[in-house]
Ligand binder design. Structure first.
Ligand SMILES: [Zn+2]
Length: 451
């Protein structure tokens, strides 16, 4: 009995290894006494199998000849063949195991994998579907079907299967990731929010990263609710997003705008001032200009002097105040702050504001043109740049408009010479993406894991 259990444990380990390796082909390096051996994982499996086969030699000798033993051996050989990518061998062992073993769940997985290896997706599908009937293999069958529908681009079916897999095993990391990805791609923000919230409760996802993921989902949920005319939900979701991640600028912007819409301008102003104290950002300055009640230019300069006071050290503070001063025709004030923002190498935006100042104050078209020319070669200003594909977005969205990565946009200096992508225009071509990688230190985006 114990021997049977031992043999079964070995088989289970081999099956698990084969499935894992078939899903994640790769290479393994072994360092041993100054030797370094590189091999593919398939070869490693063969070596490990060889070792397993020899180690309990006596035990296997005793069992040799038993039909069941030969069945398990055929099964394991088949799994090894799958891992090694040998279609013919995989099929041969699958048939043999099927004939020798009275254990459909185990042989079905091998048969499905052998069929998939041979490109027979329809046959593999039939095996995966049959696996759904056995409690032991239902989850693996679902996984097989889910991967098939993702490969086929059938998002509706994939979502249905991922939801089913999640009901079966809500604590499995890849199920949560896969379901989340399918939900956000379908704009199911409310569902995605609940999924992440329960993943945090179950500790399936690390809380820190999951909170910012949730905040991004909530901003999109707020936007969708607002588009549908549901102002209360829009307001509530924006508030939750801001509380979860106070550094998420789009959440602050949405909440400030919605406070203003509810005649609570003072609250909106305070939100932006707090965000400014943490990290000044030109989008916050633009929103500040919209929520403050002052309309007269000089009064507006006073308000921007207040915003300035929260971070008098920061170039964005100088630029925001310079723009207000330009509008109020306070040329000296504008020049002082533009010079302070410019430093040694003014960015394109500072150059354009300088050009505006030269033209407005002195009618100096010559100097204005020089600044405009300088703007074309100046360092680019910070923007929403995708950490995954390097595309620059005109506005923040939870999904990159170019590569559809979730949570990959970060406020940072773009790589030189990039094209702008229209927000919302999702093109999934990764080959068209720019190769530029984001600078280090930027927050790591939630990555896809399609297995
Ligand atoms: Zn991207």
């Amino acid at each position: 009995m114990i021997r049977s259990l031992f043999l079964f444990a070995l088989i289970a380990a081999a099956v698990f290894a084969a499935v894992t390796l078939a899903d994640n082909p790769g290479r393994v390096s072994v360092d041993w006494r100054g030797w370094r051996i590189d091999m593919s994982t398939g070869v490693l499996v063969l070596l490990v199998w060889g070792a397993i086969r020899r180690a309990p030699g006596r035990f296997l000798d005793m069992r040799r000849g038993s039909r069941r033993d030969r069945g398990y051996k055929a099964l394991t050989q088949g799994m090894v063949a799958v891992a090694a990518g040998d279609v013919g061998e995989a099929r041969r062992w699958a048939r043999k195991a099927d004939a020798l073993l009275d254990d459909p769940p185990l042989t079905m997985l091998l048969s499905a994998q052998a069929a998939q290896l041979g490109g027979e997706e329809a046959a593999a599908r039939r095996y995966f579907e049959a696996m759904l009937d056995h409690p032991d293999t239902a989850f693996l069958g679902l996984r097989g079907l889910l991967m098939q529908s993702i490969k086929a681009g059938d998002k509706v079916e994939a979502l249905r299967l991922a939801e089913r897999a999640y009901k079966l095993r809500p604590e499995t990391g890849w199920v949560v990731d896969q379901l989340f990805e399918l939900q956000v791609e379908s704009g199911l923000w409310s569902e995605a929010n609940e999924l992440i919230a329960s993943a945090i409760r179950r500790k399936t996802l690390p809380a820190a990263g999951a909170r910012s993921r949730r905040a991004a989902v909530l901003v999109e949920h707020s936007r969708a609710a607002e588009a549908e005319g549901d102002a209360d939900t829009a307001f509530a979701r924006a508030g939750e997003a801001h509380n979860l991640d106070p550094t998420l600028v789009p959440a602050t912007l949405a909440l400030a705008r919605l406070y203003k819409a509810r005649d609570r301008a003072a609250k909106a102003e305070r939100l932006i001032e707090e965000a400014w104290a943490r990290a000044p950002n030109p989008e916050l300055a633009t929103m500040y200009g919209k929520v403050i009640s002052a309309t007269e230019p000089l009064a507006r300069v006073k308000r921007f002097q207040r915003l300035f006071s929260f971070r008098p050290d920061h170039p964005e503070s100088h630029i925001a105040l310079a723009e207000a001063a330009l509008a109020a025709r306070l040329w000296g004030e504008a020049r002082k702050h533009l010079n302070a923002a410019a430093g040694q190498s003014p960015t394109a935006r500072v150059c354009r504001l300088m050009a505006e100042l030269e033209e407005s104050e002195n009618g100096d078209m010559e100097s204005s043109r020089k600044w405009l020319a300088r703007a074309t070669t100046a360092a680019p200003d910070e923007a929403w740049v995708c950490n995954d594909c390097g595309a620059v977005a005109g506005a923040w969205t939870a999904l990159c408009g170019n590569c559809a990565s979730f949570g990959s946009l970060a406020w940072q200096a773009p790589p030189r010479a990039v094209r702008l992508t229209a927000p919302g225009a999702v093109a999934r071509s990764r080959t068209a993406a720019l190769p530029a990688k984001a600078k280090s230190g930027a927050s790591a985006p939630a990555r896809k894991n399609t297995g």
